[in-house]
Design a protein around this ligand. Structure first.
Ligand SMILES: Cc1ncc(COP(=O)(O)O)c(C=O)c1O
Length: 329
């Protein structure tokens, strides 16, 4: 960050960090345009609103556990009058058959790659191509919730433009795998981007002083994007050690991205209590948030391997899980 600041880049304008970031994302994703947004929540609402207005349709399809459906107080409905058709089983990925079974005309379908709340699962490449082609063939737009596209690419191992080309609009996050301070980019064609500029202004997203977010993201692109395959390999090694040990279970096995879930044989309250004791004892915060399960005596948490987690060997993580379980008794 300091190096970039010292490089004497002006804070805004065509030579400022936001413009540099937008140009870099355009080239990286192979789209005609890329537009900075202060949040992914806003970027996705704008993309869906444009797809809906253009088609005169209000419904979009998405996984029942998509971020839009679960974590955004239904902004798409309250702010934009859109309707979500949850598609498929909440604990599994959407399938082509699930999408084909949607009866009503859709403005868009949303793919969250990876599907975070079910352990970071990804559809196979051929399945993804078939799904997006089918949806677009029915006149709906394909939108990518690519908050973790950087992570998903480590599984597909295809160039970013090849993945982005499956979609009409692509949102990427600047602060997850790239570990920036916040912000998002919406990559798309020039016509859609021009409409998105208007909506960004309308929703209050045309913020001044966005340059620190862009600078942090540029730093992440330089330093962390090349590290993501190593993060994924480490996630696979940790998950394998957890599953060989058997006290807890890592899902999916093997992880497809640096993100996976660990399922514990204890209830959520016991896990939270044990985590607090573990933190006090060792200074290690094993998870941010616990997830309950239909079985009250089980729960799970998400592991997202970034630079911090690289400092722990798989055996150390297994040891921490044993410490956690010991504190739960
Ligand atoms: C899959 C997914 N989509 C969208 C978002 C929203 O991004 P933002 O926090 O920038 O609004 C998040 C944030 O966690 C996310 O995980």
């Amino acid at each position: 960050m300091r190096e970039l600041i010292d490089a004497d880049i002006p804070p805004d304008g065509p030579h400022g960090p936001v413009a540099i970031l937008e140009r870099r994302m355009t080239a990286l994703l192979g789209t005609e345009a890329a537009l900075f947004f202060p949040s992914g929540t806003m970027a996705q609402q704008v993309a869906l609103r444009i797809h809906a207005d253009r088609r005169g349709r209000r419904a979009f399809a998405a996984h029942p556990q998509s971020h839009l459906e679960v974590w955004e107080h239904h902004g798409y409905a309250v702010v934009h009058g859109l309707r979500c058709c949850p598609v498929g089983d909440r604990h599994r990925l959407m399938t082509l058959a699930d999408l084909a079974a949607v009866g009503e005309p859709l403005a868009a379908a949303v793919w969250e790659l990876p599907q975070r709340d079910i352990g970071g699962l990804l559809p196979g490449w051929d399945e993804l191509v078939a799904q997006t082609t089918t949806v677009r063939g029915r006149g709906a737009a394909a939108h990518l919730d690519g908050a973790r596209l950087w992570e998903a690419q480590t599984y597909y191992r295809r160039p970013f433009p090849e993945i982005a080309a499956l979609f009409d609009t692509v949102y990427v996050s600047l602060y997850k795998g790239l570990q920036g301070t916040g912000g998002a980019v919406l990559a798309t064609d020039t016509v859609t981007a021009a409409e998105a500029v208007v909506w960004r202004r309308r929703l209050g997203g045309d913020v001044h002083d966005a340059w620190p977010m862009a600078l942090a993201a540029l730093h992440g692109l330089d330093t962390l994007l090349p590290r993501l395959p190593a993060h994924r390999d480490h996630a696979i090694a940790i998950a394998a050690a957890v599953n060989v040990d058997g006290a807890a279970r890592a899902v999916p096995d093997p992880p497809q991205t640096p993100l996976f879930h660990i399922h514990l044989p204890i209830g959520p309250a016991a896990a939270e209590h044990a985590a607090a004791a573990l933190l006090a004892e060792s200074g290690v915060e094993l998870f941010g948030r616990i997830r309950s399960a239909p079985d009250p005596d089980r729960c799970s948490f998400e592991v997202s391997v970034g630079e911090n987690a690289m400092a722990f060997t798989p055996d150390e993580v297994v040891g921490l899980i044993h410490d956690l379980l010991r504190h739960s008794r």
